[in-house]
Design a protein around this ligand. Sequence first.
Ligand code: FES
Length: 633
Amino acid sequence: MSGSTRKNEHKVVFKPEGKTVSIGPDGSVLEACQMAGIQIDAVCGGEGKCGRCKITPQGRFSATKSALLTEDEVKGGVTLACLTRAEGDLVVEVLPRSRLGRHQILTKSVEEVPRPLSPWVWKRLLDLPPATIADNIADLERLLRVLKDKTLSVPLETLRELPGAIRKGNWRVTVTGSELGQARELVRVEPGDSHGRLLGIAVDIGTTTIVVELVDLLTGDVLATASDYNRQISRGEDVIARMMHSEEKGVEELTSLARATINSCIESLLAKESMRSGVSLSADDIVAASVAGNTIMTHFFVGLSTGHVRLEPYVPVAHHLPEPRGGDVGMLMNPAGRVLLFPSRAGYVGGDVVADVLASGMHRSGKLSLLIDVGTNGEIVLGGKDWMVSCSCSAGPAFEGAEVSSGMRAMDGAIDRIRINDDLSTSYHVIGENAPMGICGSGLIDLVSEMFSHGIIDRKARIQEVGGEKTRPSDSGHEFVVERRQKLGKSASSDLVVTDADLQNLLRTKAAIYGACAVLLRKTGESLDDLSRINIAGGFGYHLDIERAITIGMFPDVPREKYGFIGNGALGGARLALLSRKRRKEALEIFERMTYLELSVDNEFYNEFSSSLFIPHTNLSQFPSAGKGRPSN
Ligand code: FES
């Protein structure tokens, strides 16, 4: 990017990409990575606390020492990007494990196409009588006269394109109207006949990833899907870190990072569909958008402060945000087109959960259902058509790779399936079929379940002495060797292990999820036997092995046929509301009907959580089938 550097600036060249940027003396190499578009793991957002952003810089630099680096790494010239500053030009390599590789992003969601289709946008082909000296009313009034609708409001953006479009089309135009909530308006006038094309986008703004679908609103078909890491990741892994970042530096940066991710997805969708259809599409062709995200992501997207969501009593600016125009929120779409934002129930039960429920259909069922969405956070909804109650529990970081020494996201190099053999060796599958670099959430659940079944851990998840070299003492108690260093990727500096401390983090995470399910059932006077269906939503849920999640006591032990997967429910729900006014109305009804239970101050939750800090549970009668074959201790 920089051919020449300004005074006091230094060139940083990233290998092997060869990308070059310039940074000043105060800028860290982490910032240089972000400027260069190098996707680096920076879980703590540059605080020097996570130890993920490992690089090998060459040239003149200063690097603050970190206890998070091993002796071997320090000897090998490894530093943390966020703690390294250039004092001259640098050549930098990011360690393979610190790169955010191709992520296993869940783009699958419900395939239901709501019939009849009733999107809130429509098109009409109009033939206008040409203006004459005898009939010289203004262009807009002429158009509305033919449309026979004088109640539509017309934004200035639309008015500006009106005279040109009418004459270019030789008095034949296609108009696009939008009827979302109270707003009835004319959002577009195109010359000629284009009424066979009506496009919208459905967006899932996740904390880790963003997925966008280009949807044909006339057929209900998904024309193309694009996804990417949420670029906000460079400002912190989880919502708490990002809220703190925004409190310190302002919300604008996070807003523009989310929008930049969405817009780059839209660019790629337009390019894909233009290529496929042979019609050159532009952003103006997208006239409606439906967006579902958690409360914090939605606030950042529209540029609202989250300062009061983070602290007790966890209050968002608004649960139900007004529908902005595309132009108001910097979206790459028709600036006059409206954007539907899914309403959030609470600070930690957002529009994505409302969309999950909509996609699952549980709000229409007369039977009792449970919905579990485990992402960076865990959200649970219990109920049916008459009532619904929701809650949120801190669940995700361990399963997203944080707080576990060998943990990593579900991306290339992650073990996502693992078995322990009778001789305690391991067999596993690695995403991308490469040498393993770490273990992602589904692999960790497999591992805990397998270690329990083989008696390597007891019911409190403490590692036992099992003889041989598979378990050994470590700084935090004991550790189990999953794989030897020699079989790992080139950059590995030690064996791949899981420690007692890791297992306690995983135990707390699974206990929070089961405890939340149990407390909802208890407070509503329902039991596990009353459940007719358990909907599992989200990417992590989609990839995990249900049987093993039950074995460790994370999910309820009910007949397996009651379990169903809705995939990316936030995306599916957003699409349903885009295609059907009825479904959009249902989304609002879900929001109004769903109550929220705050677990952080709930004693019953604490009791349920404590009882769940065992594998599978203190009360084995709750896990009649999961307990088979477990160690007796
Ligand atoms: Fe550098 Fe966390 S230690 S980003």
